[in-house]
Design a binder for this molecule. Structure first.
Ligand SMILES: Nc1nc2c(ncn2[C@@H]2O[C@H](COP(=O)(O)OP(=O)(O)OP(=O)(O)O)[C@@H](O)[C@H]2O)c(=O)[nH]1
Ligand SMILES: [Zn+2]
Length: 208
């Protein structure tokens, strides 16, 4: 985690220089990509691949930029007197990386929460939360749970429900080659966990 922290905390201020750790990590990633290319039977020296290790190194830091920060901190708490009705944000795009194979799983997240005492969050913040947890090596169940836990911890709502629907390229491009299969995961907290009728209703709304 220490090295991940370097990448995400470095270079934030205007004109600030990259921390030395970041350059070293990029160089090591480039070396690793060259090693992969050589060992799959490619020639890392051929012109078409000349920039590839550097490009892939930068891409990996982007794809895994959710490491080393706490996405829950992005959930600002707004006090809106009287806000107590269900809030649903559906179809949030999701691009994450399966931690078993390091290839993408792609889908949508749907989030609902029932505010308590007028505590709500900015709507964009929920999409930011999804991005923060998605940009790291993941499994879908943990991602789903982390989204529900973050909203519960920050907003202390009466209930939270999260549904994630995704296609795992590790199940499609390789292995079992289950084309068209979709994985659906659900996490519920508060009222949606304790009351089966409420749970059923909110999940139906999220999946409709
Ligand atoms: N529960 C869960 N499993 C996942 C997720 N992403 C990938 N997997 C599974 O992780 C498992 C890894 O199993 P292994 O047997 O170690 O790896 P493998 O030989 O490549 O497995 P196959 O994919 O069956 O060929 C596979 O069953 C994947 O389908 C995820 O988000 N959640
Ligand atoms: Zn996988």
């Amino acid at each position: 985690m220490d090295t991940a922290m370097e990448a995400t905390t470095g270079g934030r201020g205007a004109g600030s220089r990259q921390p030395p750790g970041l350059k070293r990590r990029l160089r090591r990633l480039e070396e690793a990509v060259k090693t992969i290319l050589a060992n799959i039977g490619e020639d890392p020296g051929r012109p078409g691949l000349a920039q590839t290790p550097e490009r892939v190194a930068r891409m990996y830091l982007e794809l895994f930029s959710g490491l080393g920060s706490d996405p829950a901190e992005q959930l600002t708490v707004l006090e809106e007197e009287g806000a107590g009705d269900l809030v649903i944000v559906r179809d949030i795009p999701l691009y994450s990386m399966c931690e078993h194979h390091l290839i993408p799983f792609i889908g949508r997240a749907h989030v609902a929460y029932l505010p308590d005492q007028g505590r709500i969050t900015g709507l964009s913040k929920i999409a930011r939360l999804v991005e923060g947890y998605a940009r790291r090596p993941q499994v879908q169940e943990r991602l789903t749970r982390q989204l529900a836990d973050a909203i519960e911890a920050r907003l202390a709502p009466r209930g939270v429900a999260v549904v994630v629907e995704a296609e795992h390229l590790c199940m499609v491009m390789r292995g079992v080659r289950a084309h068209g299969s979709r994985v659906v995961t659900v996490a519920v907290r508060g009222l949606f966990a304790s009351d089966p009728a409420e749970r059923e209703q909110v999940i139906a709304q999220l999946r409709s």
